[in-house]
Design a protein around this ligand. Structure first.
Ligand SMILES: Cc1cc2nc3c(=O)[nH]c(=O)nc-3n(C[C@H](O)[C@H](O)[C@H](O)COP(=O)(O)OP(=O)(O)OC[C@H]3O[C@@H](n4cnc5c(N)ncnc54)[C@H](O)[C@@H]3O)c2cc1C
Length: 252
């Protein structure tokens, strides 16, 4: 056989082997990095500390807390519809643990955010009020029974009051930002005053971006109720707990 032909063939084989190695290496690196990314930073058994890098006051009693993850490509690793347990100290210095739902998803890398409403007498509220940039928050998770599968239902009806909006926002965002998920979301969100509406801009931007899929109904000031007695009783108690005094409710 012609030696020139053989040399060309050798070069082609070598080039082929080299390209194959590069492709396999790149594939392995991608797989390792994405599986590492998917692993997340939470531990269901032990509290882990996350550094507060920004605290943004949104109103007199609501603030957004931004926590840093170990690297700029880390994800929290919280399944949709689940929450975390946060540990802090109350005004007496006693440990307190409460559930919170981040408003960020795993598509938000390197950080996670909490929007917290702080009540004057609240034990964990005290901890968040006192937190300063550079402090660490002890977090454990994931927690929760709700498991979301894209497209598992035709539509979700959601009922939220005050800070109860955070799990709804998390689920709604995950549905709407997934272009293959056509689930509709109808949210009724109750607050005492307009100023109390949490995540208002974020919710408005979801309604603007997904007008066919996401509908939100705000309820303010006065509630008109009608239903069977057990339902009326339960609604009255729940609404009062949300801050609607009996004068703000009317029962037909
Ligand atoms: C799954 C889940 C996710 C949650 N996610 C968030 C979140 O992302 N952001 C957030 O701010 N909260 C969230 N919460 C509520 C949170 O867990 C605490 O209940 C809240 O922060 C109050 O805790 P605290 O220790 O400060 O108050 P506590 O010491 O338990 O209560 C003290 C007083 O504060 C007032 N108070 C407490 N809670 C309420 C309330 N809901 N409405 C009106 N008055 C109240 C009452 O006067 C009460 O007597 C979530 C709750 C659940 C179950």
């Amino acid at each position: 056989m012609d030696t020139e032909f053989l040399r060309t063939l050798d070069r082609q084989i070598l080039l082929g082997v080299f390209v194959a190695f590069v492709a396999v290496g790149a594939g392995a690196a991608y797989f390792l990095s994405s599986s590492k990314k998917r692993r997340g930073c939470l531990d269901p058994e032990n509290f882990k500390e996350f550094k507060l890098v920004k605290k943004q006051q949104l109103s007199h009693n609501v603030a957004k807390f931004i926590f840093e993850l170990p690297t700029s490509t880390s994800v929290l690793g919280l399944p949709i519809g689940q929450h975390i347990s946060c540990r802090g100290k109350d005004a007496q210095g006693e440990d307190v643990i409460k559930p919170y739902t981040p408003t960020t998803l795993d598509s938000d890398i390197g950080r996670f955010e909490l929007v917290i409403k702080m009540y004057p007498q609240g034990r964990m509220s005290h901890h968040f009020r006192e937190m300063r940039v550079g402090d660490h928050l002890a977090v454990k998770g994931p927690k929760g029974r709700f498991k979301y599968q894209p497209g598992q239902v035709r539509a979700y009806g959601m009922l939220a009051g005050g800070s109860g909006i955070t799990p709804m926002f998390q689920v709604a965002r995950a549905i709407l930002e997934n272009s293959t998920d056509k689930t509709k979301v109808h949210l009724i969100y109750a607050n005492v005053t307009y100023e109390d509406i949490l995540l208002r801009e974020e919710l408005e931007s979801l309604t603007a971006n997904y007008p066919e899929q996401f509908k939100i109904f705000y309820v303010l000031n006065q509630i008109l109720r009608c239903g069977p007695p057990p339902m009326n009783k339960a609604m009255a108690a729940n609404l009062e707990a949300l801050g609607y005094s009996p004068e703000m409710q009317f029962q037909f």
